[in-house]
Ligand binder design. Structure first.
Ligand code: PGA
Length: 255
C-alpha cells in the first residue's frame, strides 16, 4: 500500500515566533487524530527547520522537509545550504523542482537532476514537483511537458533509488490561484505519471511511489481529490499557514 503524505509548504512565510506557534498548533491537532497511514511533512524556511525538528521529535506522524537545497556538495557557495547539512540536522525530505524555483531561479530539469542525485546520496528523500503552465495545458502539451520533467530529472536513476522518490503533480495554473485542477484532470495526470514510470521501470515501482497533488488544495476540495485512485496526498501551500484548515486537509484521509 502506498504511503499517504500531506506536505505543508510554508514557502517564505512566518517569523520565528509565528513558525513555532503554527507548528505547535499543528502538532496538538494531529495528536488528537488517529493517523495510521498518513505522514504529515512540514517544510518551513531553512531558518526554522531546527525549531520544527525539536518540536516534532518523537512524533511518529510528523516529519520535516527543506524547501530546497544546493546542487553542490560543499564549498565556496555563499548563501547555499547543502543536502549534507540538511541530513546532519535530521531533515527527511527535500522539495525539488517547485514551479516557483523553476520560474524565479531559472532551475531547469538538468540542474534538478544534479540536486536529486545529491539528495539521494546524502540519505534524504526528494519530493519532486512537476506540472504544466496554463499555456501548455491550453495547447495540449501538458502530458509531454510532465513526461519530459520526469524523464530529464529522474529517469537516469537506478530502480532502487527511483523507489525512494515522492512525486508532486502541481499544475502551475493552480498554484496560489484558487483554481484547482478538476478531479478528472488530476486523476488523469496522476495515472499518466504512474504509466510513464511503469514503462520506464516496472509496474511494481510505479505502484509503490506516492504521487501528491498540489495547487489550491483546501479543506473543501481535498477529500474529492484525495479520493482519486492515483492521488496519495497533497502538497499544500497557502492553506498550510492556518493550523485548523491544514489539519482538516489531513483529516480527509480519515474515514
Ligand atoms: P498553494 O501552493 O496550495 O498555495 O496553491 C501549493 C504549492 O505551491 O506547493
Amino acid at each position: 500500500m502506498r504511503k499517504k503524505i500531506v506536505v505543508a509548504n510554508w514557502k517564505m512565510n512566518n517569523t520565528q515566533d509565528e513558525a513555532i506557534h503554527l507548528v505547535t498548533a499543528i502538532i496538538s491537532k494531529i495528536n488528537n487524530l488517529t493517523l495510521k497511514e498518513v505522514e504529515v511533512v512540514i517544510a518551513p524556511s531553512y531558518l526554522y527547520i531546527k525549531d520544527v525538528i525539536e518540536l516534532t521529535k518523537g512524533n511518529l506522524n510528523i516529519t520535516v522537509a527543506a524547501q530546497n537545497c544546493s546542487e553542490h556538495l560543499k564549498g565556496a557557495y555563499t548563501g547555499e545550504v547543502s543536502s549534507i547539512m540538511l541530513h546532519s540536522i535530521g531533515v527527511k525530505y527535500v522539495i525539488v523542482g517547485h514551479s516557483e524555483r523553476r520560474a524565479y531561479q531559472n532551475e531547469n530539469n538538468l540542474l534538478l537532476k544534479q540536486k536529486i542525485d545529491l539528495i539521494l546520496s546524502n540519505h534524504l528523500l526528494p519530493i519532486y514537483c512537476c506540472g504544466e503552465s496554463l499555456e501548455e495545458r491550453n495547447s495540449d502539451e501538458h502530458f509531454s511537458v510532465v513526461e519530459n520533467q520526469l524523464n530529464e530529472a529522474l529517469f537516469h536513476l537506478p530502480m532502487e533509488l527511483m523507489k525512494k522518490l515522492v512525486i508532486a503533480y502541481e499544475p502551475v495554473w493552480a498554484i496560489g490561484t484558487g483554481v484547482t485542477a478538476t478531479v478528472n484532470q488530476t486523476q488523469e495526470m496522476h495515472q499518466f505519471i504512474r504509466n510513464v514510470i511503469s514503462k520506464k521501470y516496472n509496474s511494481s515501482i510505479a505502484d509503490s511511489i506516492s504521487v501528491l497533488y498540489g495547487g489550491s488544495c483546501n479543506s473543501t476540495n481535498a477529500s474529492e481529490l484525495f479520493a482519486c485512485e492515483d492521488v496519495d496526498g497533497g502538497l499544500v501551500g497557502g492553506v498550510s499557514l492556518a493550523a485548523n484548515d491544514f489539519v482538516k486537509i489531513v483529516e480527509s484521509f480519515i474515514d
